[in-house]
Design a protein around this ligand. Structure first.
Ligand code: KIV
Length: 256
């Protein structure tokens, strides 16, 4: 699974063989420049879900329910209706063990992906962006939450920033797939934020991120080369320009 928030990225992800695309609320930080995921709205997720859907019409598309959109079942149902009907999402993701909300969504026919461990929308109350479930008690609670989500009907559970041993145990205990991010190699699937993978988000780099490209550096170099070419009169060259026929030119100047 990989995040994508727009047409070209979703298209590239689909072409590269990604199984599931997530229009995550990480959108707020890596694309919209917010300091956290909290300000992200349903409208913003919807806008980007539509674009991602156009880029990847045949890949399972998950849309995140942003902060407070799942505060009640009514709100979650209303948001999910828009994300599925207008946005073309195949399922929605919500953070935390909100089993009552999950039940309502599933009963209404909306597939749901759970998300436990570090849940960025409420990172403040978890002590910041920190590994979750390190103590035996916290680990038991996380396992219980994951099992409760499964029981409520989720099709899978994202495990974010949890010790590898705990993620392995949760993955063993659940029937539905687990998808890890900062959760070691024993989950059923993995997810990364696209802008982390290609190295264009540089405000911070969590330990779990592997950059497959230093995209930020490459893009800066490309843009600097364009700027230099334009300032130096090198671009556009003849091959980038359109010409008029001589005859038409004569007509243009001759009638002056
Ligand atoms: O919003 C997001 O991108 C996520 C992933 C990190 C799982 O929730």
């Amino acid at each position: 699974m990989l995040t994508a928030y727009d047409y070209p990225t979703a298209k590239l992800a689909a072409e590269a063989g990604v199984d599931v695309i997530l229009v995550g609320d990480s959108l707020g930080m890596v694309v919209l420049g917010y300091d956290s995921t909290v300000p992200v709205t349903v409208e913003e997720i919807l806008h980007h879900t539509k674009a991602a859907r156009r880029g990847a019409p045949h890949v399972h598309l998950v849309a995140d329910l942003p902060f407070m959109a799942d505060a009640t079942s009514e709100r979650a149902l209303a948001a999910a209706e828009r994300l599925v009907k207008e946005g073309g999402a195949d399922s929605v993701k919500l953070e935390g063990a909100k089993t009552a909300v999950v039940r309502q969504l599933v009963a209404a026919g909306v597939p749901v992906l759970g998300h436990v461990g570090l849940t960025p929308q409420t990172a403040g109350s978890l002590g910041g962006y920190k590994v979750q479930g390190r103590s035996a008690a916290a680990a038991k609670k996380l396992l219980e939450d994951a099992l409760a989500l499964e029981e409520a009907g989720v099709w899978g559970v994202v495990l974010e920033m949890v010790p590898a041993q705990l993620a392995a145990l949760v993955s063993e205990q659940l029937q539905v797939p687990t998808i890890g991010i900062g959760a070691g190699g024993k989950t059923d699937g993995q997810v990364l934020v696209f802008h982390d993978l290609i190295g264009v988000f540089d405000r911070f780099k969590p330990r779990f991120v592997k950059r497959y490209l230093e995209g930020g550096q490459l893009i800066r170099e490309a843009v600097a080369a364009y700027v230099a070419d334009v300032r130096g009169g090198v671009f556009p060259a003849a091959e980038h320009s359109y010409q008029m026929d001589e005859e038409e030119l004569e007509g243009l100047y001759g009638e002056g």
